[in-house]
Design a protein around this ligand. Structure first.
Ligand code: BG6
Length: 466
């Protein structure tokens, strides 16, 4: 193989509980913020499709794990649903949920697929949100208890745990940019939510260490490299600040056990620092991880602001930078995201050079495309664009590994077309096409390509891979 990967490289994909399970108010599960928001404002969701309409993993788990096997996955990440396992967030455990997750974990292991389990993927139980969500430290206590219960129930078979998936996203969506419930726009509250999420993460890591389980624990971060428009000092400062706010606000605590001094100074100067309590710094230091999941979809290009700030407008991250549209950039026009494959290499190189080369893997990378039916030939979606997307990213990943980066695997987003929050089923990401109405599943061309790459532990140039 021209691009071959180290032995035991993780080939797989990622998904999440709420985006696949269905039965969003069945099987003893209680509402998450998504169920509540959808009930209140269904028009905020593409084609008014809510979290009850999914690929139905709750019913189809056995058949879906057989499909994972067919795609030659040796590993697979999904999340547990807090509101399914502990419906009121902090009380009784739901036995039906325990049976369901035991079945899933046992079947994955039977098929030789290592389960990677996330504890929180955007799906705050409504019972916890009613207490203030991550703004309330009591919710951190409830999360630690939930994490401990998961470790006790499943830790004998699950040895790769992740506290959070993309913890900055609920901060951005729920407290800055209005794409998650509770739809608040308030930087100080956003900063508090982010800070308390770091404390919740560290608290779960502590619980894992105390229990001395046989495995490792980490977190999944969406690292979005900040590229300045130019080397002009004003552009460099803008990029540095965007990096502090969106990447290093989580990356530094989980890898170094502390916040970057520059970030603390910046927030302090603007009166946006969350309230700290004695013991927080020691807790954060205990939250250092064993394994980092890196989600990479797109770069962030920035320039210095060249317009004045409306003094009446709410304080926002954009006080420090403007977005920059680089001429000639390659776009995924359906999702509106730039495609920049070297970003994956830059992230890994940054981790190697500045963070001690931690054990890491690409935990999500993917391409959401609208109306893929137009690419059907002989009953199958011929998604050559996705094969190109994957292989071009893998080439940069390969280069990173050849230079010494400690990257252990590559998981695609996602296994089967799934419910994408407010975007519903608009942009499809799966290796497997889902017919929502009939629930029929058909492997796409990219799924077959990936299955071959996994078996070969690498690939040649795309058209030579057969
Ligand atoms: C990641 C999330 O941010 O990107 C997934 O972990 C999400 O939950 C995926 O579905 C794709 O993004 P979107 O917004 O197109 O669904």
């Amino acid at each position: 193989m021209k691009y071959s990967f180290p032995d035991n490289f993780w080939w797989g994909s990622a998904s999440s509980a709420l985006q696949t399970e269905g039965e969003s108010l069945g099987g003893g599960k209680s509402a998450t913020i998504w169920d509540t928001w959808y009930a209140q404002q269904p028009w905020r969701f593409h084609q008014q499709i809510g979290p009850a309409e999914t690929s139905g993993f709750y019913q189809h788990w056995h058949e879906d794990i057989a499909l994972l096997k067919r795609l030659n996955h040796n590993s697979f990440r999904t999340s547990l649903s807090w509101s399914r396992l502990i419906p009121d967030g902090s009380g009784e455990v739901n036995p039906e949920a325990v049976t369901f997750y035991n079945n899933v974990i046992d079947e994955l292991l039977t098929q030789g697929i290592t389960p990677f389990i996330t504890l929180f993927h955007f799906d705050m139980p409504m019972a916890m949100q009613e207490q203030g969500g991550w703004e309330n430290r009591e919710v951190i206590t409830a999360f630690r208890r939930y994490a401990g219960i998961c470790f006790e129930l499943f830790g004998d078979r699950v040895s790769h745990w992740f506290t959070f998936n993309e913890p900055i996203v609920p901060v951005e969506g729920g407290y800055l940019y209005d794409f998650h419930y509770p739809n608040i726009v308030d930087f100080k509250r956003a900063a508090t939510v982010a800070y308390h999420t770091v404390l919740a993460h560290a608290s779960a890591v502590q619980a894992y260490r105390t229990g001395q389980y046989n495995g490792e624990i980490g977190i999944v971060l969406n690292l979005t490299p900040s590229y300045p428009r130019s080397q002009n000092p004003a552009d460099l400062t803008a990029a540095h600040r965007a990096d502090l706010l969106f990447n290093r606000s989580f990356l530094d605590p989980v890898l170094r056990g502390e916040y970057p001094e520059d970030l603390v100074v910046l927030l302090k100067e603007h009166g946006q620092l969350p309230e700290c309590q004695p013991g927080d710094a020691a807790l954060i230091a205990d939250g250092k991880i064993d394994l980092l999941g890196v989600n990479y979809y797109q770069p962030r290009r920035v320039k210095c602001r060249d317009s004045a700030i409306n003094p009446e407008a709410p304080f926002m991250p954009e006080w420090f930078f403007d977005s920059y549209e680089m001429p000639g950039r390659k776009m995924n026009p359906w999702r509106g995201w730039e495609i920049y494959e070297p970003g994956i290499y830059d992230i890994l190189t940054n981790l190697r050079e500045n963070y001690g080369n931690p054990r890491c893997f690409i935990s999500e990378n993917g391409m959401g495309v609208e109306n893929e039916q137009r690419f059907i030939q002989n009953g199958k979606i011929e998604d050559d664009y996705r094969i190109e997307f994957i292989s071009e990213h893998l080439k940069w990943l390969h280069k990173g590994i050849s230079e010494g980066c400690n990257c252990l695997g590559y998981h695609m987003w996602t296994f089967i077309d799934n419910w994408s929050w407010c975007n519903g089923y608009k942009n499809r990401y799966g290796f497997i096409q889902l017919d929502l109405a009939s629930q029929k599943r058909i492997v796409k061309k990219s799924g077959e390509w990936f299955a071959t790459a996994s078996v070969n532990n690498g690939f040649n140039e795309v058209n030579e891979n057969d």
